[in-house]
Design a protein around this ligand. Structure first.
Ligand code: DGJ
Length: 725
């Protein structure tokens, strides 16, 4: 890992583990991109001068030699709006004269050990100063006085580079940022396929692959959250590349609100990639001396296909994104009452679940929605965060004490960013709901969204949540978010700053999450948004796990888990066994073990055999915990390759053990009679626990294990555990 500046060539070379990223200060202070991909030695660098630099109709600044260079054809490190670069812009600033022309030129740079934080924003962090190096490069527009600081951090142990940008107003006049993407990067070719993760409620993060075409393509969200509909993730893979081979570039935005991720292929067949805050309906007034920080984007490169890319993301997020006490601590095996009881419960009913949980070997009881206000259904009470004593006699404290006396941990549900029209809070503070003047609010799940951009709202929420967390021994908080934002506006923002609303909203949410995790450092937070509607790295900075989906039917949820695994590790994936009926408890367990495992049911509503089976399953959670949470994931058969069967495998870092799972979603013909493993040491020998047979890694990976004797039935699944002899 290193960042070097070659003064003579005016060239920056950034090396992360196995990766090089190269650009130079070119004519007139423009930054020209040269290369991003597998490591290139320092003595053999790409030759910039040998590429086409000019095309008919390309404009050029009058300060450069005629026909020698145009920002329109040159691969650039930043895409500025309004000048000669006609491709999709990463920066657009409307200046005091009313135009939005900006031309950024190199001013200075510094290189230092470590990684800076981004004020108010989640970001990856360095555990030690030595494991990261950062380049901070300042550019300036001579006419307007706008400055852009490009931030690059490289990682010693990971093939990853993080990028973000600061825009500063170094002039004496207010300007308005209209577009501030976290990064822009021009690739020298376009023969890639674009991979994105689309979805909806109960069907999140479906894999989609399409060839890049000329013009602009991409995904985004305008829903006030990163959303079920599109995840803030995008990958480019070389044509013909796949799970185990080909070049894969992954891009993931550490942000939980409206985003945009786009690729433009131009007439030179080069591809510009941009990612950041969605510029639709975005604006930010920047007064003289002020600075605006963009969210951070994570760039991961692998020449071992999508599998290599995913494993790099997983290790990086486990090491440098997930924080706090629960980063390394074993997460408690939980039972949540939501699918079992809905909001129809009282303290005795919840206690009965907890009692069963303790007898079964479960470690934490989580009380979901319905414990506060008059909340018996979804028509009321969000915002009235006062316990409903008709349901919980003696308050939250009494139930917490009873559950704790059993020897279990206790978790609680909140949906802080919401307010019900039928709530005391809304009646007292109608202005606290997000709204615009003279227009009725749309309702979603019978609720409005509360204005998190307001300090008074955040103080109220902190005070209410603290009243419960501060007085009771609570171990876990599930933070839910169950609708999209519409009629986006804040009563406190002036008319000419309403475009700042969405970003201010999420900054407010981050601030409250930060306050809570700082005040209660032992608390384990689980993110949630109608399942996985805010399943993004921004949330993972505050909550080490996120409820993956409200879909707990193992046979369709497995697709969601495969999609999520493109960049998110198993350790962050909330995954529960429910009473859903399409699959056996064994299959439900096998699927839910791929994550932060738990149960989501009322034991009174399932059979005695099911309860006995659950009891028998618990030991495996402990046995495989480290292997699944911190091992390397190999997708053996993915749903996007085979709609009928799928298989996945975890291998520990030392390649001493592996757990493979094979699942028949729908019975048809098998792809083959053998399942080939991956990621083992070919020279090592492994014992298959079930039969005691010993196989070499080479045999397991090349010939595979026989599936011949396995039943071929819908929903059948089987795990295979191997340990080095
Ligand atoms: C949506 C979540 O995804 C569920 O798990 C549950 O917490 C409900 N909200 C409660 O309203």
């Amino acid at each position: 890992m290193s960042i070097h500046y070659n003064e003579q060539k005016k060239l920056f070379k950034l090396d992360a583990a196995g990766v090089s990223y190269i650009f130079k200060i070119y004519q007139d202070g423009f930054l020209a991109h040269l290369y991003y991909g597998a490591y290139i030695p320092d003595d053999n660098l790409p030759d910039f001068e040998r590429r086409p630099v000019y095309a008919s109709f390309s404009a050029q600044p009058d300060t450069v030699e005629p026909y020698s260079f145009s920002p329109d054809t040159c691969p650039m490190e930043i895409g500025c709006n309004g000048g000669a670069d006609m491709r999709i812009a990463s920066v657009q600033i409307r200046n005091a004269d009313g135009n939005a022309v900006t031309e950024m030129r190199y001013v200075s740079h510094k290189i230092y050990a470590g990684k800076p934080g981004l004020p108010g924003l989640p970001a990856l962090y360095a555990n030690t100063r030595e494991e990261c190096e950062t380049l901070e490069l300042t550019m300036r527009d001579a006419v307007t006085g706008a400055e852009c600081v490009l931030l690059y951090t490289v990682f010693e142990k990971h093939p990853a580079i993080t990028r973000s940008m600061i825009i500063r107003n170094a002039s004496s006049k207010t300007m308005e940022i209209e577009r501030a993407m976290s990064f822009s990067m021009d690739m020298n070719r376009c023969d890639y396929d674009l991979i994105t993760l689309y979805g909806r409620h109960v069907q999140e993060r479906e894999f989609e692959r399409r060839p890049l075409g000329h013009g602009t393509q991409g995904v985004g969200s305008r829903r006030g959250s990163s959303s079920h509909a599109q995840n803030p993730f995008m990958a480019l893979i070389s044509r013909g590349g796949g799970e185990d081979f080909g070049e894969a570039y992954g891009f993931n935005l550490v942000y939980s609100c409206n985003f945009k991720a786009e690729v433009e292929v131009d007439y030179n067949n080069s591809a510009r990639v941009i990612m950041g805050i969605n510029y639709d309906d975005f604006g930010w007034k920047l007064a003289p001396g002020e600075a605006f920080y963009t969210p951070e984007a994570v760039l991961v490169y692998s020449n071992e296909g999508l599998g290599g890319m995913s494993r790099a993301f997983h290790r990086l997020y486990n090491d440098n994104l997930v924080r706090g006490e629960w980063k390394h601590k074993k997460r408690p095996l939980l039972v949540n009452n939501w699918e079992g009881t809905g909001m129809e419960f009282d303290d005795d009913k919840l206690y009965a679940i907890a009692k069963w949980a303790k007898e079964t070997g479960i470690e934490m009881f989580v009380m979901d929605d319905g414990w506060f206000g008059r909340r018996d259904d979804d028509t009321s009470s969000l915002g009235d965060w006062y316990v409903n004593e008709t349901k919980l006699k003696g308050g939250v404290g009494s139930l917490v004490r009873r559950v704790k006396a059993l020897g279990l941990k206790f978790g609680i549900w909140y949906e802080p960013e919401m307010i019900s029209p039928d709530s005391d809070l809304y009646r007292a503070h109608p202005d606290w709901a997000i709204h615009v003047p003279n227009r009725a609010n749309s309702v979603g799940r019978q609720q409005y969204v509360i204005d998190m951009s307001r300090q008074d709202v955040r103080d109220y929420l902190f005070e209410r949540i603290s009243d419960v967390l501060g007085h009771n021994d609570i171990d876990y908080l599930k933070w839910d978010f169950n609708r999209n934002i519409t009629e986006a506006g804040s009563a406190l923002l002036p008319a000419n700053r309403q475009k700042e609303f969405y970003h201010r909203f999420i900054l407010g949410t981050y601030e409250l999450m930060d306050r809570i995790t700082t005040a209660y450092p032992h608390l384990l937070m689980e993110g949630c948004s109608g399942g996985g509607g805010r399943y993004d790295p921004g949330m993972l900075y505050y909550s080490p796990q996120i409820w993956c989906s409200d879909n707990t039917d193992a046979l369709s949820r497995v697709d969601i888990q495969f999609g999520s695994s493109l960049c998110y590790p198993a350790s962050v994936q909330g995954a529960h066994v429910s009473a859903s009926s399409r699959a056996s408890y064994e299959t439900k367990r096998n699927v839910a073990m791929w994550g932060s495992f738990g149960y989501e049911l009322d034991p009174a509503k399932i059979s005695e055999e099911a309860r006995a089976e659950i009891k028998a399953q618990i030991a495996d959670y402990h046995k495989y915990y480290d292997l699944i949470h911190y091992g390397d994931l190999y997708r053996l058969i993915s749903p996007w390759e085979d709609p009928y069967n799928c298989a996945w495998e975890f291998v520990d870092e030392e390649k001493t053990q592996a757990l493979a799972t094979y699942l028949i979603k729908f019975k048809k013909e098998r792809r083959g009679l053998f399942l080939r493993l991956k990621g083992l040491d070919p020279a090592k020998y492994y014992r298959w626990e079930e039969t005691g047979e010993v196989f070499s890694g080479a045999l397991l990976m090349n010939a595979g294990i026989s599936l011949f004797c396995m039943p071929n039935e819908d929903g059948y699944s089987k795990t295979f555990y191997f340990k080095e002899v």
